[in-house]
Design a protein around this ligand. Structure first.
Ligand code: BGP
Length: 481
């Protein structure tokens, strides 16, 4: 793309960065917090890279003032973080833990002090263990229990917070947790994964309903509520009919199955029939689709890291492959669903050390597909970033130039999208600070701020920190360079 196309971003564009509670907060047993499924699962042998966990993480819980200070110095306009459900309700429901409320009140106030707009995710995968013990997301009771937790958060923080995200990446916590057995609860059962996907849609819809009610009653600010989905658009590796069809099926399964309920209030018909035929799932009860349909959202959050290149997969072809947690390039294999599609390596594309395809144009294409299918819904890029092992210079500087390059290219395509009339309201880099990468420990870094784990979690600004600060200051002008 030529740089001539780049002018400036809209005046109130939300230049942001994101984190999630389990990955950044630490303090996993402090001040009355209950245990989440991740607190328990990461302590089981063989679940994570070198037995890493979020017990301490970046200790953001105890250092939030310092961290918000760094955000302010960077000029961040907005910060997306998640609430640890177990800090508010240690057992998932029942008695509120006042210390948990106090922590998020303090964090929000600290952000507002510097005019940083808080964007809150209610569920970023850390389900209270007590709720898992009663069946977790397979238990329909969780619909009301989640909605109650959500309502509590709206009531406590909705006088100051205008942007809410109900769930983060429904596809990932469900498929990794229930199909691949790699995230808690470590189940490998596609039928159960499908049931969960429907129950989570109900929980999302019920919480949106609670939100609208509180706004109508003028008990909280009239803000915006949405959901954050994975955007991982598919591209056929060749233009043969077989590969094109493989790609279309992939998009129906991994994209439309999750976006359609949130944005159209229905499931894509071909997939619904296919799943019914194969597993007689999910069970849809009377009233379910009415609830889902009634819960329109105000914006769609998208988390984009990579694209997928698809080819036809013969019936005796490859199945799902294990995730590359080591960070050794080339360890990722082809993976797919026999008879349907497989994700293949595209030799023309550069890959990260974790074998994620770097394809900035895919972000733009993905946004266009969202607009084509769902109309002019405002889009917020809720995550985008490069997981890398950052080089350290002789004087301890963090020379994360590949991250700058990655972000710059992706943001250029965001500008192109805006020029094309796509209603993009914000961009949140993942992540503000180095934090736990679920299965990959602390070796896979994403942050603008380095956390020195050898030196008492000392914060060090990376090269990307200075670059992003300039980008924000110039409202995107830096992209010209
Ligand atoms: C998304 C999650 C984030 C974050 C990111 C990077 O799927 O929403 O929480 O972790 O991916 O993933 P990873 O840490 O596995 O590299």
């Amino acid at each position: 793309m030529t740089s001539d196309a780049i002018k400036t971003f809209p005046k109130h564009f939300l230049w942001g960065a994101a984190t999630a509670a389990y990955q950044v907060e630490g303090a996993f047993q402090q001040d009355g917090k209950g245990l989440s499924i991740w607190d328990v699962y990461s302590h089981l042998p063989g679940t994570t890279y070198q037995r890493t966990n979020g017990d301490i993480a970046a200790d953001h819980y105890n250092r939030y003032q310092e961290d918000v200070g760094l955000m302010a110095e960077m000029g961040l306009k907005s910060y997306r973080f998640s609430i640890a459900w177990t800090r508010i309700f240690p057992k998932g429901t029942g008695t509120i833990n006042p210390k948990g409320i106090e922590f998020y009140n303090n964090l929000i106030d600290e952000l507002l002090k510097y005019d940083i707009v808080p964007v809150i995710t209610l569920y970023h995968w850390d389900l209270p263990q007590d709720l898992q013990d009663m069946g977790g997301w397979e238990n329909r009771e969780l619909v009301d229990i989640f909605a109650h937790y959500a309502k509590t958060c709206f009531e406590c923080f909705g006088d100051r917070v205008r942007y809410w995200i109900t769930f983060n990446e429904v596809i990932n916590f469900i498929m990794l947790g229930y199909r691949d057995g790699l995230h808690p609860p470590g189940v490998r059962d596609e039928k159960r994964a499908l049931e969960v996907s429907h129950i989570v849609n109900l929980a999302h819809a019920q919480s949106v309903t609670e939100y609208r009610k509180l706004v109508r009653e003028k008990k909280i600010l009239d803000g915006r509520i949405g959901i954050a989905h994975v955007l991982l658009p598919g591209f056929p590796i060749s233009n043969t009919e077989e590969d094109v069809q493989a790609c279309e099926f992939y998009e129906d399964m991994d994209f439309h199955w999750f976006y359609d309920p949130s944005l159209k209030g229905e499931y894509p018909e071909r997939m619904r029939a296919w799943y019914q035929d194969r597993w007689q799932a999910p069970i849809i009860m009377a009233g379910d689709m009415d609830l889902i349909k009634s819960a329109a959202i105000d914006f769609i959050g998208i988390n984009y890291y990579q694209s997928a290149f698809l080819a036809h997969n013969p019936s005796d072809g490859v199945g799902m492959a294990a995730i590359n947690v080591t960070g050794e390039k080339g360890t990722q294999q082809e993976s797919g669903i026999p008879g349907l599609f497989k994700k293949v390596i595209n030799p023309k594309i550069e890959y990260t050390p974790w074998d994620w395809a770097i394809y900035p144009e895919g972000l733009y294409e993905g946004m266009k597909r969202i607009r084509e299918r769902y109309g002019d819904i405002p889009i917020m890029i809720t995550e985008n970033g490069l997981g890398d092992k950052d080089p350290i210079g002789e004087n301890g500087e963090i020379l994360d130039y590949p991250r700058i390059e990655y972000l710059r290219e992706h943001i250029r395509w965001c500008k192109r999208a805006i020029d094309d009339g796509i209603n993009l309201i914000g961009y949140f880099a993942w992540s503000f600070i180095d934090l736990l990468s679920w299965l990959n420990g602390y070796q896979k870094q994403y942050g603008f701020v380095y956390v020195d784990r050898q030196k008492g979690l000392k914060r060090i600004k990376k090269q990307s920190y200075f670059w992003y600060r300039k980008l924000i200051q110039t409202n995107g002008e830096e992209l010209q360079g």
